[in-house]
Design a protein around this ligand. Structure first.
Ligand code: C2O
Ligand code: CU
Length: 467
C-alpha cells in the first residue's frame, strides 16, 4: 500500500497553497501531483442575476488538467464537500483500482477525507473526470473537469488549442437551483437544464490569426442534452471521437450525447474579420457553441494535413470475437427486487442510486441487491480477448452507453452504414441495434451504463467482469 503519511509530508508545500488545481513535483523523476480540492465556488451563470454556488475541483469552473501521455501522475482528491465523493476518470484505460466507483472499486471519500489516484494515462486525447455517486446532483452542481492527455507526436500541429466544456444548469434567474431530478425527466429523456453554457459562460468569441490551424476540444458534460453539431464559415472536421484520433470527417450532423467528446480541426479563413461558428443545430434555431474571428497577422500556409496521428489502441480481432448482448429496457419490474426494496428501507445512497427504477439492462436494474449481493455481471470477459457487444435499444429514448476502462470500436448499426470509430460512449437511438468491438483490458469489474445520469441512477447500469 502507498504510504499516505510519507506522501503528505512530501506534499506539504502544495497542501498549504491556495485552493487551486496545481501541479507540483513531489517525488523524484517525472511524477507530478495535482491537488484536486472538491469544494464550492460561486459563479454567475449566463442569464442569471446572482451567482450560483457550484461544486468544483479547485476554485474555478471548469477545471482543466493537462498531462503527458504515459507519464505517471498523482491526483490528490481532498473532499471539502458535505457529500462523500470519488473521481471517475472517464475514458481513461487505467487500472480498475483507480476507476473511482464508490462501493465497487473504492470506498467513498467522506467529507474531510482524501484519496490519492496514481496512474499514467495510456492514450492521448480529450477526456473528463467526475464523481460516480449522487451524480445527478453533483454533476448538476458542476462537479466535473476536463483532462487533456498530450502526445509529443502532436506537437506543433495546431496554432491554437481550446477546450469547450458544454453544460446546462438547472437554475432560476436568481441563480438558485431547481430540482436536479424529476420523475418525468428520469423516466423519459432526462431533466433538462434551464441555462446553457460553454465553459460556464455564453459562447466564447475566440480571436485567431487568418490561416491559423485551430483545434477545438468539445466536451458534452451535461447530464441529459444531446447535441447535433454543425459549423459555418469554414470547413470544420472531426479529428477525434471521445478523444481518439480518427480520419477527418465533416462535423455536420454528428450527434454528441452526454459524456461524448469530439476534437475539431479547421483552418481560419484568410480574410481579416471573417467568422467561423460552431453550433448545436438540434433545435429550431442553431445554438452558438463558439465563434472564431480571424484577427492579427496571417499565418503562412502549412501544408501538413489537419489530422491527428493514428490512435494506438488494442485492435479487436473480429475473427476470434465472442459476442454478448445488452438489451436496454424501460419500465422493467423485477418482483424480487421490489420485495427486497420494501423490506430493506435503508438509504438509497448506499447503492448510489436514486430510489426509483425506470430502466434496466438485460432485465436487471442496478442494483438488484446491496453491494455484497450485487447483480451478476452483464458479461464475464477474459483479458486480451476480443468481444463484440450488441446493444439493442428497446425503449423510446436514445441512450449514450458508456463502458468504463475500455475504448471500443463502433462497428455496425441496424440503421445502416456506420462510420467505424473509436469511442467510450455510444449513442443508441430508439429501436436501434449497435455493435461495438473491444479487447478486454485490465482485470476488474467495469461499469457499463447510460450517461443520461437520471437513467443511470434509476436502473440503467451494470458491469462487465474481466478476470
Ligand atoms: Cu462518465 Cu460511469 O461514467
Ligand atoms: Cu439512457
Amino acid at each position: 500500500m502507498f504510504s499516505r503519511r510519507e506522501f503528505l509530508a512530501g506534499l506539504a508545500g502544495a497542501a498549504m497553497a491556495p485552493n487551486l488545481l496545481q501541479s507540483k513535483p513531489v517525488l523524484a523523476g517525472t511524477t507530478d501531483t495535482f491537488v484536486l480540492d472538491a469544494g464550492e465556488t460561486s459563479l454567475t451563470l449566463p442569464g442569471c442575476q446572482n451567482p450560483t454556488t457550484l461544486w468544483t475541483y479547485g476554485n474555478s469552473w471548469p477545471a482543466e488538467i493537462r498531462v503527458k501521455r504515459g507519464e505517471t501522475v498523482n491526483f490528490l482528491l481532498r473532499n471539502h464537500l458535505k457529500d462523500h465523493t470519488a473521481i471517475h476518470w472517464h475514458g481513461l484505460r487505467i487500472p480498475n483500482s483507480m476507476d473511482g466507483v464508490p462501493y465497487v472499486t473504492q470506498a467513498p471519500v467522506k467529507t474531510g477525507e482524501e484519496f490519492l489516484y496514481t496512474f499514467a494515462a495510456p492514450d492521448p486525447g480529450t477526456f473528463f473526470f467526475h464523481p460516480h455517486c449522487n451524480t445527478v446532483e453533483a454533476l448538476g452542481r458542476g462537479l466535473a473537469g476536463a483532462i487533456i492527455v498530450e502526445d509529443p507526436r502532436e506537437e506543433g500541429l495546431f496554432d491554437l488549442d481550446r477546450t469547450l466544456v458544454v453544460k446546462d444548469w438547472r437554475v432560476a434567474g436568481d441563480g438558485t437551483y431547481l430540482s436536479f431530478m424529476t420523475d418525468r425527466g428520469a423516466a423519459r429523456a432526462g431533466t433538462f437544464g434551464t441555462r446553457r453554457s460553454i465553459n460556464g459562460a455564453a459562447a466564447p468569441v475566440i480571436a485567431a490569426p487568418p490561416g491559423a490551424r485551430v483545434r477545438l476540444r468539445l466536451l458534452n458534460v451535461d447530464v441529459s442534452r444531446i447535441m447535433t453539431l454543425g459549423a459555418t464559415g469554414a470547413e470544420v472536421n472531426i479529428v477525434a471521437t471521445d478523444g481518439n484520433a480518427c480520419p477527418p470527417f465533416a462535423i455536420e450532423d454528428w450527434r454528441l450525447g452526454p459524456a461524448m467528446r469530439v476534437d475539431l480541426a479547421l483552418v481560419m479563413p484568410s480574410k481579416p474579420g471573417a467568422r467561423v461558428e460552431i453550433q448545436d443545430v438540434w433545435g429550431q434555431e442553431p445554438f452558438l457553441l463558439a465563434r472564431l474571428v480571424a484577427q492579427g497577422a496571417a499565418k503562412t500556409a502549412d501544408r501538413r494535413p489537419l489530422a491527428l496521428p493514428t490512435a494506438e489502441l488494442p485492435l479487436p480481432d473480429l475473427k476470434s470475437a465472442e459476442t454478448f448482448s445488452l438489451s436496454l429496457q424501460a419500465g422493467v419490474s423485477d418482483p424480487t427486487l421490489d420485495a427486497w426494496l420494501k423490506e430493506n428501507r435503508f438509504g438509497d445512497d448506499a447503492l448510489c442510486r436514486a430510489g426509483k427504477l425506470f430502466w434496466a439492462i438485460n432485465n436487471k436494474a442496478w442494483p438488484a441487491m446491496d453491494m455484497d449481493k450485487r447483480p451478476p455481471p452483464l458479461a464475464e470477459l477474459k483479458p486480451g480477448r476480443t468481444y463484440v457487444a450488441e446493444i439493442a435499444n428497446h425503449t423510446q429514448h436514445p441512450h449514450p452507453i458508456h463502458l468504463h476502462g475500455h475504448t471500443f470500436q463502433v462497428i455496425a448499426s441496424s440503421r445502416g452504414p456506420t462510420r467505424n470509430h473509436w469511442a467510450d460512449t455510444v449513442l443508441v437511438a430508439p429501436d436501434e441495434r449497435v455493435k461495438i468491438a473491444f479487447v478486454a483490458g485490465e482485470p476488474g469489474d467495469w461499469m457499463l451504463h447510460c450517461h443520461i445520469i437520471e437513467h443511470q441512477e434509476t436502473g440503467m447500469m451494470g458491469y462487465v467482469r474481466v478476470a
